[in-house]
Design a protein around this ligand. Structure first.
Ligand SMILES: [Zn+2]
Length: 247
């Protein structure tokens, strides 16, 4: 969509989830939503407001962390860092109301070889997702790229049985060349998102949340909302009446 590629306001492509009332939402199928992130704090940063919105509308959300962020604390060993970050990730998911799952790869050493790809597909398949969010593949962090690759391979292996949605993190610093075709209004859920991010105390969220807050406001201004999260939807496979958003 050229209009969206140039970031011109185009409300026809705004995710409409939540724009209809609760009663109408209840009539829709309750979706299994999985958000895949390479490290604790990635899913919360990229789509915490959208996940909170999906949960408030009655959908089931699982955050699937590829690693436990074992390399995320300088001067600390991986085991103790992983334990601290696991606790923080579980707390963040509790704030959002999401289930927590770990794929048990190692921070900084993730791989997409055939064995790991099969294992990841099996894990994702066991969650029976209707909708999967994952990092945009053009990203400076190899774990982010690997998460995108693993989800893409699972999507193919599962015959494209779920809707694949890419999210951005620290665009311009980590995510690059991201041209969204979907915006979600998070004006009502951004505070819950912020709380989930600040659950990751050991990462000093003051260091990165303000960047995401600017992104929320900038994306929001694109579509005349106070705050928004932006996505690239690859394909919509759900029957039209079940689609929680408008393409
Ligand atoms: Zn990360």
């Amino acid at each position: 969509m050229s209009a969206l590629n140039t970031f011109a306001p185009d409300l026809s492509n705004v995710l409409t989830l939540g724009l209809h009332g609760r009663a109408e939402s209840a009539a829709l199928k309750s979706l299994n939503v999985v958000c895949v992130g390479a490290h604790p704090d990635d899913p919360e940063s990229g789509c915490g407001g959208t996940l909170a919105k999906l949960i408030s509308d009655g959908h089931r959300v699982t955050i699937l962390y590829l690693t436990r962020g074992e390399a995320g604390m300088k001067g600390q060993d991986r085991a103790s860092t992983g334990a601290i970050r696991t606790k923080e990730a579980v707390h963040a998911c509790q704030i959002l109301g999401a289930q927590t799952v770990f794929a048990e790869q190692m921070d900084g050493e993730t791989t997409t070889d055939a064995e790991k790809s099969r294992a990841f597909t099996d894990l994702l398949s066991s969650l029976a997702p209707d909708l999967v969010f994952v990092h945009w593949p053009l990203d400076t962090h190899r774990d982010h790229r690997n998460a995108a690759q693993l989800v893409y391979e699972a999507w193919e292996a599962m015959n494209e049985s779920f809707t694949l949605v890419y999210y951005e993190v620290m665009t311009g610093v980590q995510t690059h060349h991201f041209e969204p075709n979907c915006f979600v209004d998070i004006s009502a859920t951004w505070e819950k998102k912020r709380s989930s991010i600040y659950a990751h105390e050991c990462q000093n969220p003051d260091r990165f949340y303000p960047y995401h807050e600017r992104m929320e406001k900038e994306r929001g201004s694109t579509v005349r909302m106070d705050r928004a999260e932006a996505f690239v939807i690859v394909r919509e496979r759900l029957p039209k009446p079940l689609i929680p958003f408008q393409l």
